[in-house]
Design a protein. Sequence first.
Length: 113
Amino acid sequence: MNSINQFETLILKILESDPQLLVAASVVLLVLIVIGVFFVSTLRKLFSDESQAPPLSEKDRLKKLEELAKEEETLREQRNEAKLQKISEKEDSAKLELQEQEAHLRERQILQR
């Protein structure tokens, strides 16, 4: 009983006190309610059986596996093409650098004569 009276006196003090304190208490209460609702809805989603997908039939499962295998193969091909392109770019830049060095070497030889 004593704790209930203390709670009631605390509420009465808040209601009779400064309006800013009343607004602050209302905001805190509203935030706590929103957090509680969010928490409860999250728990419901976690523990509900409705959110789980029904098991796939063997035919659907094989179809899904084929789709994933095709997608994986496509990604592998794209990666390999990107690697080959990078290698060819390096080869091209190395050839260009070699040509520049040869041209520079020819200039030196011409200047030395």
